[in-house]
Design a protein around this ligand. Structure first.
Ligand SMILES: Cc1cc2nc3c(=O)[nH]c(=O)nc-3n(C[C@H](O)[C@H](O)[C@H](O)COP(=O)(O)OP(=O)(O)OC[C@H]3O[C@@H](n4cnc5c(N)ncnc54)[C@H](O)[C@@H]3O)c2cc1C
Length: 422
């Protein structure tokens, strides 16, 4: 009896990225004994090298009607914002087919309202989480500037800006000649800009995950470094996780393994159409320019941000298997953009990085309890905004496991929107 009770107070979290570590901390605060399992040190996968923007306004679907029109042209251009490894096409075909089915006006509204609800409290949830872990120095509140090289480019995104306006965003459009006042480091080549309040940045997203993980361990949490081989659900709601080391057992399991989550959920009977959308960064270590706020170069979909270790230019979407080698062409696209957009940037000392965003075809993450196994919870698929949504996702997961009040309506994120095999 005592053993059963103690198992019910135990939670296993698979994945020590930004999402998994945030979930572990939130569960620990509810009094659970939590073990986080990862084959890597905390924050070494996709959460390491992102652009660091707590992008509350990034609430529109990845695939807008205009995106589908532009995609073939982007794919044909070596320096376009989109690339695809054709060996990945069998995996992508179903994803693309589903994604193209979410571009009706009613879907665009439903998806952006759900993302808006998830992101609208992100800055406050991050600040609270980082304050509790004594690492709030990594975060700064900021505005977010988007710039376009042509008025046509801006017009092409009008539907996305209209969706944000409908959700209550104040979209301040600025003319090209006023952009240097907002961001003096930019080349004078931009025709339109949009400035949005109410964002924040993590000046070092990898260090943020590590600092949160350190706080988790200091509060008696266990970090277990091993490869998860299989999840074995029990008939009584308990879950066992077979790893390259021990087999661990608990009353609850949270799957937060980023782009690897779909494969790990197969043994549970789930089939999630999750793909790896790889992105890159180039870090300019002695940049000699700094930015007042993060800047989204909207035509090419790159973000530049001043970080603790220099100036980071991050972006591009490359659909390819996670384990494929880094593409030199993608890195080149970012380097060229940096030279063009930030003419005074010193490019002498740089390093590069690639990470796999976990992307689902409707741009919405999966956050919720498995409808097949009561002790299993999902927290993955956050695509371009996993840093942004992590602290709020953690609050949702903790409320689901502990049975408290949910911070927001989570219907849109339910796992059962994707049919399972059993
Ligand atoms: C270029 C780029 C820029 C980005 N910019 C931003 C941004 O500005 N703002 C924003 O909000 N988001 C941004 N993102 C997205 C964001 O980085 C991701 O959504 C987020 O990091 C996902 O976090 P995660 O914890 O789900 O996954 P991850 O950080 O990938 O963590 C998953 C963990 O699971 C572990 N794991 C997987 N399988 C196993 C296994 N079998 N056994 C053991 N461990 C396992 C992995 O080792 C890994 O540590 C960006 C992404 C990229 C690529």
């Amino acid at each position: 009896m005592r053993q059963e009770q103690s198992l019910d107070r135990r939670v296993l979290v698979i994945g020590a990225g930004m999402v998994g570590v945030s979930c572990a901390l939130a569960l620990q605060k509810k009094g659970y004994q939590v073990t986080v399992i990862d084959r890597l040190e905390p924050g070494e996968a996709c959460s390491h090298g992102n652009a660091g923007v707590i992008a509350t306004s990034s609430c529109v679907p990845l695939i807008m009607p205009g995106t589908l029109r532009k995609a073939p042209g982007w794919l044909l251009r070596r320096d376009g914002p989109l690339a695809m490894d054709w060996r990945y096409l069998p995996r992508m075909a179903g994803w693309l087919y589903r994604a193209s089915g979410f571009t009706k006006p009613s879907d665009l509204k439903r998806i952006s309202s759900a993302l808006h609800a998830l992101h609208s409290r992100a800055v406050e949830d991050h600040m609270e989480q980082a304050r509790d872990a004594a690492c709030a120095d990594i975060l700064d509140r900021t505005r977010y500037l988007h710039v376009y090289e042509t008025a046509k480019g801006f017009e092409g995104d009008r539907a996305a800006w209209d969706l944000r306006r409908e959700l209550g965003w104040e979209v301040a459009v600025i003319d090209g000649h006023d952009i240097p006042d907002a961001e003096p480091a930019l080349a004078p080549i931009f025709a339109k800009g949009v400035l949005l309040e109410g964002h924040a940045v993590a000046r070092n997203p990898g260090r943020l995950v590590k600092a949160l993980a350190q706080d988790f361990v200091a509060r008696q949490g266990r970090l277990y470094r091993a490869e998860v081989r299989e999840i074995q659900p029990g008939s009584d709601g308990r879950v066992a996780v077979k790893t390259s080391g021990e087999t661990l057992e608990a009353g609850h399991l949270v799957l937060a393994a980023g782009a690897w989550s779909a494969e790990l959920s197969h043994s549970l009977g789930h089939r999630f159409p999750l793909v790896s959308e790889r992105g890159y960064h180039v870090m300019f270590e002695e940049p000699e320019v700094s930015l007042r706020q993060p800047v989204m170069f909207a035509d090419g979909k790159f973000v530049a941000n001043t970080m603790e270790e220099g100036l980071r230019l991050a972006g591009t979407a490359e659909f390819a298997a996670i384990e494929r080698p880094v593409s030199a062409a993608r890195v080149d696209v970012i380097r060229k953009a940096a030279r063009r957009f930030l003419p005074k940037l010193n490019g002498e000392r740089t390093h590069e990085w690639m990470g796999a965003r976990p992307s689902l075809p409707d741009t919405l993450p999966v956050i919720g309890r498995s409808h097949l196994h009561s002790g299993v919870y999902f927290a993955f698929g956050h695509g371009h905004t996993g840093l942004t949504a992590s602290a709020t996702t953690a609050k949702i997961i903790a409320a689901l496991v502990a049975g408290g009040t949910l911070p927001l309506d989570i219907h849109a994120f339910r796992p059962e929107r994707f049919p399972a095999t059993s």
